[in-house]
Design a protein around this ligand. Structure first.
Ligand code: FAD
Length: 371
């Protein structure tokens, strides 16, 4: 097993571009800017999403996005980058031109898996695909979807047969302006720039060439590609925690107290160091499991990274926000960040879901048969 040394910013082309972009650009605008500057394709091996992710390039881009953009905007780039484009790469028909346009930043693609039903039980989803000789009809509702209000197209996971069997599900690529498609923003002041909202499909007429990856392959494709999204989340968590720790150390060194600064209080230094330790552990774990996910889409390794990212972000942001006192509540400060970063334990599979995957794989992991 190879290990990964995560590259540090600055230096990537994305850093220079992001510095030059107008402040407050939303995630869709960011996607278009990155694509037009050819900064999306290098995230994939051989610049091809079908060949998998280049984790060093992805980590570098995510670090730059985290440094420059809101959490919501970074989310809006991460989901299509890690999941939608590789999924489109598994398809033919309409998927191929959409993938080419997306790589150039000319098409923002949303990933619409979570339904009105419990997201943790994906196999209970109700969005239906009715198939006839001439084409397909799509009906249903997807809730809490990143890029829902800003996308040009959505990859929608639907069922073409009743029941939970994993072969009953199919991905379809749905143009956002197709008759019967509507989007509304989610009722939240969080995740600014992410375009998060709900998508409804009212007997949307599609051709057979809108199916992506083959009928009945929806769930297996989801399982394969969500592993990459979980790796992306782990890499992003490294960047987010280290940035917040750096900002907090600076605040503590400058904050006058008694005859010195807060940084000189041993209790504060020890609390800070415990958060730093957690962040270092997560970085090391990410380095050791990246290859298994990037090269083999190992689901247990991806679940381990997701569980670690969620717990680490929660602990580090909790400590850092508290140590900044009232200053932590400023607009864009660590208290607001903390509320949004709880998404690391929810989106793309809750902590409970990924812990169950880890438990299933425990015998092999403890026998040394898995990373
Ligand atoms: C900002 C944001 C962006 C999102 N973007 C996307 C997107 O782009 N695409 C997409 O498809 N989805 C997206 N989601 C949805 C996300 O993936 C789901 O919220 C997630 O899968 C959990 O589903 P749920 O919210 O329906 O929770 P539920 O399934 O209703 O579960 C609620 C809680 O119950 C507990 N729970 C549930 N089942 C179990 C169990 N079996 N064992 C133990 N505990 C359990 C967990 O604590 C869980 O948090 C997004 C969500 C948010 C908040």
């Amino acid at each position: 097993m190879s290990t990964l040394t995560l590259r540090q910013p600055p230096g990537a082309g994305a850093g220079r571009l992001l510095d030059a972009l107008p402040a407050g650009l939303d995630g869709a605008g960011l996607w278009r800017a990155l694509g037009s500057e050819d900064l999306l394709a290098p995230v994939y091996r051989d610049r091809d999403p079908r060949h998998g992710i280049d984790p060093v390039a992805l980590g570098t881009l995510l670090t730059e996005l985290d440094r420059n953009c809101s959490l919501g905007s970074t989310l809006a780039v991460t989901v299509p980058l890690a999941t939608c484009l590789p999924l489109l790469g598994s398809g033919t028909g309409r998927a191929a031109p959409a993938l080419a346009k997306a790589l150039r930043g000319q098409c923002v693609v949303a990933l619409a898996a979570t339904d009105e039903t419990a997201g943790c039980d994906l196999a209970s989803l109700g969005t239906e695909l009715t198939v006839d000789d001439d084409g397909l009809y799509l009906s249903g509702t997807k809730r809490w979807i990143t890029n829902a209000t800003t996308c040009d197209a959505a990859l929608v996971l639907a069922r073409h047969r009743p029941g939970p069997h994993f072969t009953n599900f199919t991905w379809v690529l749905v143009p956002a302006d197709a008759p019967g498609v509507s989007a509304e923003p989610a009722d939240t002041h969080l995740f600014d720039g992410s375009g998060t909202g709900h998508l409804s499909f009212d007997r949307v007429r599609l051709g057979h060439d809108h199916v992506v990856g083959g009928r009945g392959r929806g769930m297996s494709a989801f399982a394969a590609h969500i592993a990459t999204e979980r790796l992306a989340g782990a890499l992003w968590a490294v960047a987010l925690c280290e940035r917040t720790l750096r900002d907090t150390a600076q605040y503590l060194r400058e904050r006058r107290e008694g005859g010195g600064t807060l940084w000189q209080r041993e209790g504060i230094r020890q609390r800070y160091a415990s958060a730093l330790l957690r962040a270092r552990q997560h970085r090391a774990l990410t380095g050791s499991l990246t290859h298994a996910v990037a090269a083999r889409r190992d689901s247990a390794a991806a679940a381990t990274l997701k569980a670690s990212a969620a717990a680490t972000v929660e602990e580090v942001l909790d400590v850092c926000a508290h140590l900044q006192g009232a200053h932590g509540f400023r607009t864009g400060g660590p208290q607001a960040l903390r509320a949004q970063a709880a998404l690391f334990g929810i989106g793309g599979g809750t902590t409970e879901v990924v812990l169950s995957i880890m438990a299933d794989a425990a015998p092999e992991a403890l026998a040394g048969d898995r990373p």
